[in-house]
Design a protein around this ligand. Structure first.
Ligand SMILES: Nc1ncnc2c1ncn2[C@@H]1O[C@H](COP(=O)(O)OP(=O)(O)O)[C@@H](O)[C@H]1O
Ligand SMILES: [Mg+2]
Length: 226
C-alpha cells in the first residue's frame, strides 16, 4: 500500500511556468512524512497533486498500484470521501455549528451522524476538548479549533491525512499540541500522514522529510554541499 509519484511536473499559466520539475517519490502506508521548504518552493502544489485535488501537467500518481488518472469517477469520489482527511492552515469550521456538529459534518453528508456521534465524542476526549461539545468556533482558541478540524478529518477513519501548514496560524504552544496530536494519530491509528510545513522543527518530527527547493526534491547530501 503506497502512493507513488513518477516524474511529476506541474506548470501554471500561459505561457506555462514550471513549478515542479519532475519529482519522484513514494509514500508507504503508515508513514508520517513532511514536505518542507521555503515559501514558494512548491509544497502546497505537490500536496494537492499527491492528494488528487489537482492533476500533474505530466507524470503520474498511483495509489496502491493503480494509476489515479485511470480510476473512474465513482472510485475517485470514494477515495476522496472515505480514505482521505484534509487539514488546512485555516480550519474552515462552520461558524454557525458547534464543535461537535462540525466534527460530525462528514457523517451528516452520508446520513451517518447518529451512528458516528460516539466516535466524535471519543475524538474530542482524545484531543482534550471534551468540554467544548456545544461551543461554537468563536468560543474556542485557535489550537482548539484546529483540533476540532483534525477530529473532523479523522471521523470516517481515513487511511490518509493530508495537512497543509496546519500549525501556520497558531502560537507555538498550540502548534506543538497539534503536532503531538498528529503524531499520536499516526502511531495509534496507523494513519498515513503527509504534512506540509515550512517550520524546520515540525518537519523534523516526521519520520521522513521531503525537502523541496524551487520545485525540486533536495536530498540531505545535496543540502550539505550547498
Ligand atoms: N494556481 C496557481 N497559478 C499560478 N501559479 C501558482 C499557482 N499555485 C502556485 N503557483 C506558483 O507555484 C509556486 C509554488 O507555490 P506553492 O506550491 O504554493 O508553494 P509553497 O506552498 O511551498 O509556498 C509559486 O511560485 C506560486 O506562485
Ligand atoms: Mg503552501
Amino acid at each position: 500500500m503506497s502512493i507513488v509519484g513518477k516524474d511529476i511536473i506541474k506548470e501554471f499559466g500561459e505561457p506555462p511556468v514550471r513549478v515542479l520539475h519532475g519529482l519522484n517519490f513514494s509514500i508507504a502506508s503508515g508513514e508520517f512524512v513532511s514536505i518542507s521548504g521555503r515559501s514558494g518552493s512548491g509544497k502546497s502544489t505537490l500536496l494537492y497533486i499527491i492528494s488528487t485535488l489537482d492533476d500533474p501537467s505530466q507524470g503520474s500518481i498511483s495509489i496502491d498500484g493503480r494509476n489515479f488518472a485511470e480510476l473512474d469517477a465513482a472510485e475517485v469520489h470514494r477515495f476522496r470521501n472515505e480514505e482521505v482527511g484534509f487539514i488546512f492552515q485555516f480550519h474552515y469550521l462552520l461558524e454557525e455549528l458547534t464543535a461537535l456538529e462540525n466534527i460530525l459534518l462528514p457523517a451528516r453528508n452520508l446520513g451517518r451522524d447518529e451512528e458516528l456521534k460516539p466516535r466524535a465524542l471519543e475524538l474530542m476526549e482524545r484531543f482534550e476538548i471534551p468540554n467544548k461539545t456545544n461551543s461554537f468556533p468563536k468560543q474556542m482558541s485557535g489550537g482548539e479549533q484546529q483540533r476540532v478540524a483534525i477530529a473532523r478529518a479523522l471521523l470516517l477513519k481515513p487511511r490518509y491525512i493530508f495537512a497543509d501548514e496546519p500549525t501556520g496560524n497558531l502560537d507555538s504552544h498550540n502548534a506543538l499540541k497539534v503536532m503531538e496530536t498528529l503524531r499520536e494519530v499516526n502511531t495509534d491509528m496507523g494513519t498515513t500522514i503527509l504534512l506540509v510545513t515550512h517550520e524546520e522543527d515540525f518537519s523534523k518530527m516526521a519520520d521522513r522529510e521531503i525537502l523541496l527547493r524551487d520545485g525540486l526534491i533536495v536530498d540531505e547530501r545535496q543540502e550539505m554541499k550547498l
